[in-house]
Design a binder for this molecule. Structure first.
Ligand code: ASP
Length: 307
């Protein structure tokens, strides 16, 4: 039997996505109980392998595993034998030999989770690899949107900011466009990838004109750790052209939603006043993160889904 993985949102089947959203809704109910724990994964061990910094993704996966009664072992690169020169493959195999049942992997290099899935015969979940993909974040975004706007087909999603360096943008583009949404990217030309012409999106630099035609607005921060700052004249200039302030937020149609995967840089991509608006769903995204990751872990470890 093929070991299931979640490495990318590209090519995810509608059935899988529908079931995942349904399971996430069930786990949302579990999380609202006084004791928000179910025994679904009792006896299993999930290994968190975080080679790159993370706050919310790591804690969210850990909580998700614990809420399913799985045991969690955590590995952080600065305190591990990776600093003694141990290869990624040896590290992954060591965890597999110790009895881990799944690996949740974040790494600054694209492709590491996929390589690990070839090296060990375990479910591997990509928790963010370089600029490549962050599939659980996109599934969280889809779940969050679907709680407000049930029909994704035909929905107009606008993603604004540092597209070039964003794995969140890529995973959302493949997921939402695969489900029939219309995706528009808004960014300075220097922060759009060269390959964008072959993506299922349209692009524009004119934010004001696209806002009235937007159902879901997704904001991204400038990823200075990946060199994005050098591609802009200044942060101030970016904020003036692409930041969402009260005037721009008012251009959105009634009922439009604003998402941000975090961490937010207030006063750059979003003003503090807009960040407090009711249609900004950042808190819901974080809360839904646990339920969606419970659904992913459950489907991959216990769901008998071998696709
Ligand atoms: N938290 C997201 C990620 O890990 C987005 C970001 O860092 O800007 O990709």
């Amino acid at each position: 039997m093929t070991v299931p993985t979640l490495l990318s949102t590209s090519g995810l089947k509608q059935d899988f996505v529908d079931r995942l959203l349904a399971e996430a809704a069930n786990f949302t109910e579990v999380l609202s109980r006084p004791i928000p724990v179910v025994p679904a994964l009792r006896g299993t061990t999930v290994a968190m392998m975080f080679f790159e910094n993370s706050t919310r993704t790591r804690i969210s996966f850990e909580l998700a595993a614990r809420r399913l009664s799985a045991e969690v072992v955590s590995f952080t690169a600065p305190t591990s034998s990776v600093t003694k020169g141990e290869s990624l493959r040896d590290t992954a195999e060591t965890l597999a030999h110790m009895g881990a049942n799944a690996l949740v992997v974040r790494h600054a290099a694209a492709g590491v989770p996929e390589a690990m899935s070839r090296w060990v015969n375990l479910p591997v979940i990509n928790a963010g690899d370089g600029r490549h993909e962050h599939p659980t974040q996109a599934l969280i975004d889809l779940f969050t949107v679907s709680r407000h706007i049930p029909k994704v087909s035909g929905l107009r999603l606008t993603i604004v900011g540092d597209i070039e360096n964003s794995r969140v943008a890529r995973s959302n583009i493949w997921l939402f466009s695969g489900l029939g949404a219309q995706v528009t990217l808004v960014a300075p030309g220097t922060l759009l990838p060269a390959a964008v012409d072959s993506w299922p999106v349209r692009t524009t630099g004119d934010l004001d004109s696209i806002l009235p035609e937007t159902d879901v607005l997704m904001l991204l921060r400038i990823q200075r750790e990946r060199g994005a700052g050098a591609r802009l004249p200044s942060m101030r200039e970016f904020q003036m052209r692409f930041g969402i302030d009260e005037r721009r937020a008012a251009l959105l149609p009634d009922g439009a939603l604003i998402l941000h995967p975090g961490p937010m840089n207030r006063d750059i991509e979003i003003s503090p006043a807009v960040a407090r608006r009711d249609n900004v769903l950042v808190g819901e995204q974080v809360a839904n993160g646990v339920a969606v990751r419970m659904a992913v872990l459950y489907m991959l470890l216990a769901g008998g889904d071998d696709d």
